[in-house]
Design a protein around this ligand. Structure first.
Ligand SMILES: C[S@@+](CC[C@H](N)C(=O)[O-])C[C@H]1O[C@@H](n2cnc3c(N)ncnc32)[C@H](O)[C@@H]1O
Length: 298
């Protein structure tokens, strides 16, 4: 792989001291409800990213983008997800004309079981209809799952269509002047640098995923192995989140592994509550943290 001219070099073996999570000034919320979304994990993940001063940020498994929208925007940004339907929505939301049209449409929309069925059966004839369909189904389907979506909107609990326009307005600035693609993750990791210090945040589908059916693209054992191999070879800084299982610990025995617990949305239909999961944050840089006035090495 091409050597970079990174100011901070991963080979330096420096230990970075984590600061507690602080909301960034440009914090925004994801417009999506997303299976495997990391909203409840922000306080754990963001400190691992803020500790690396970077001018280029890449997120190959963007999904709902909870982390990208929450973190401070870097000078150069590349967001990606193999799910092209989601990526088309982001592209539409980043475009002034298209986003205005969508806001006007959602301002006059309703959420009902019949309308959900109608939208599900719609055959889009243009880009706006395509984006409309994906976003409507995401907001009104069980767990935000757009892969064979099932009605999952709860009156009084789910966010009504009149709020969706604001979700679009809120992400408009963050989506300006960034690279948005729908490619396999590997290309994003191995591409040559634009900035001087590159940071990757990666959130692949879980190894033991009850969310597997949530995505249209399968992520198989071979993909998990492939990811571990490309990350072993990268000289960019990376931070990876995964479920805490033996297979993942084995795949990353060469990296730094930190244990955390956070809430996640289950994709089990009978059990729609949030569960507390054992999670891992894996990096190719070392961190430590002050606890009760003492420096704590994990
Ligand atoms: C756990 S989700 C990401 C959730 C996201 N961090 C959030 O907060 O909403 C994993 C994502 O990986 C995407 N994906 C699956 N296989 C992929 C591949 N080969 N390359 C890139 N993205 C892929 C899925 O479409 C899914 O959106």
């Amino acid at each position: 792989m091409e050597k970079t001219n990174q100011i901070l070099d991963i080979s330096e073996e420096k230990t970075f001291i984590l600061n507690p999570y602080k909301k960034s000034k440009d914090f925004t919320k994801s417009p999506f409800r997303y299976p495997g979304g990391k909203f409840y994990a922000l306080k754990h993940i963001i400190p691992f990213l803020s500790v690396i001063p970077h001018d280029e940020y890449r997120e190959p498994f963007l999904g709902g983008g909870s982390v990208f929208f929450a973190k401070k925007k870097a000078k150069f940004n590349w967001i990606n997800d193999l799910e092209s339907k989601i990526i088309e929505v982001y592209k539409g939301f980043s475009n002034e004309k298209i986003s205005k049209k969508l806001i006007a449409i959602f301002d006059n929309e309703i959420a009902s079981r019949d309308r959900h069925k109608e939208v599900k059966n719609l055959i889009p004839s243009n880009n706006i209809e395509d984006i409309f369909q994906t976003f409507y189904l995401n907001r009104t389907s069980y767990s935000g799952i757009i892969n064979s979506p099932a009605w999952g909107y709860k009156e009084g609990k789910s966010s009504p269509p009149k709020n969706w326009g604001n979700f679009i307005r809120n992400v408009f600035d963050k989506l300006q002047d960034i690279k948005i693609t729908s490619l396999d993750f590997e290309e994003i990791i191995i591409s040559p640098p634009i900035g001087k210090t590159i940071l990757l945040y990666l959130d692949p589908p879980y190894f033991h995923a009850d969310q597997r059916r949530a995505y249209t693209k399968p992520f198989k054992l071979n993909d998990h192995i492939r990811l571990s191999k490309v990350l072993k070879n990268t000289n960019y800084f990376f931070c990876l989140s995964y479920d805490d299982v033996e297979e993942v610990r084995n795949l990353y025995s060469w990296a730094n592994i930190y244990q955390r617990k956070w809430l996640y949305n289950t994709a089990n239909k009978k059990n729609q509550k949030r569960n507390l999961g054992n999670e891992l944050i894996i990096t190719n840089y070392k961190v430590s943290q002050f606890e009760n006035g003492r420096l704590f090495n994990f």
